[in-house]
Design a protein around this ligand. Structure first.
Ligand code: SAM
Length: 216
């Protein structure tokens, strides 16, 4: 890992299956120099943000998630301003969460407002769980956390600076499409969703449509 990496560049969202704690375990397995990096199941991006490659193709089928990264890159100050307006109480939480129940109102939100909503819900919902119902409506309950870090401005600004200074392609498509289009010599780190070990584990909860056993 180059010593020039900025330690403030780190995951901005809690994400199921986040690999922040495993970086040191994986590190000896990564090539010393990575000229081109690809992560098709990005999630919270723990490994990507730690490596901070100068050229990268990062992707997740979750469009809300990739919108968050795009807005951090393109409009971070307005994103921070929008996040600063939210309160951590059940009334605000359910009002913001349920914006997607009215398709007309939801369609009028700007991309920054949508991205701020996803970050806010992630910080304040139960376990940071991104979960939508079959209609694509966010349905995780309020988490009742005492002091969630809704506006982590230093991290948001550092991630924005990194995404603007490196050659990073952000997409929200199926992983197979990404793998078919990357240049030769690209190092690929794959962290797909897991199959549940119990029938109660919510394997397909990441995104409407989900990943299934045939794709394992
Ligand atoms: C185990 S998580 C990745 C966690 C990530 N490594 C981290 O550190 O936070 C798997 C991710 O794959 C995404 N995903 C599921 N099916 C996908 C598909 N067909 N193509 C691309 N991404 C997919 C999910 O939205 C989820 O964010």
């Amino acid at each position: 890992m180059p010593s020039s990496n900025n330690p403030l560049v780190a995951p901005v969202l809690k994400w199921v299956g986040g690999k922040r704690q495993l970086f040191e375990t994986f590190k000896p397995l990564f090539p010393k120099r990575i000229s081109s990096y690809c992560e098709p199941f990005l999630g919270g991006g723990a490994i990507f943000f730690r490596l901070q490659p100068r050229k990268a193709f990062v992707n997740d089928i979750n469009e809300d998630l990739m919108l968050v990264y795009r807005m951090i890159r393109d409009d971070v100050e307005n994103l921070i301003a929008a996040l600063s307006t939210y309160k951590n109480d059940a009334e605000t939480f359910y009002a913001v969460r349920d914006l997607d129940r009215d398709k007309e109102i939801f369609a009028r939100l700007s991309d920054v407002e949508r991205a701020a909503r996803i970050i806010y819900l992630n910080k304040t919902c139960y376990n940071g769980l991104y979960r939508v119902n079959s209609a694509g409506e966010f349905n995780s309950p309020f988490g009742s956390y005492r002091n969630p870090n809704i506006v982590n401005a230093p991290t948001l600004r550092a991630v924005s600076k990194y995404l603007n200074s490196a050659d990073v392609t952000l997409t929200a498509v199926d992983y197979a499409e990404v793998l078919s289009a990357i240049p030769k010599q690209t190092f690929v780190y794959l962290d797909p969703p897991y199959y549940p070990v119990s029938t109660t584990a919510n394997f397909t909860g990441y995104v409407k449509g989900g990943f299934n056993r045939d794709e394992l």
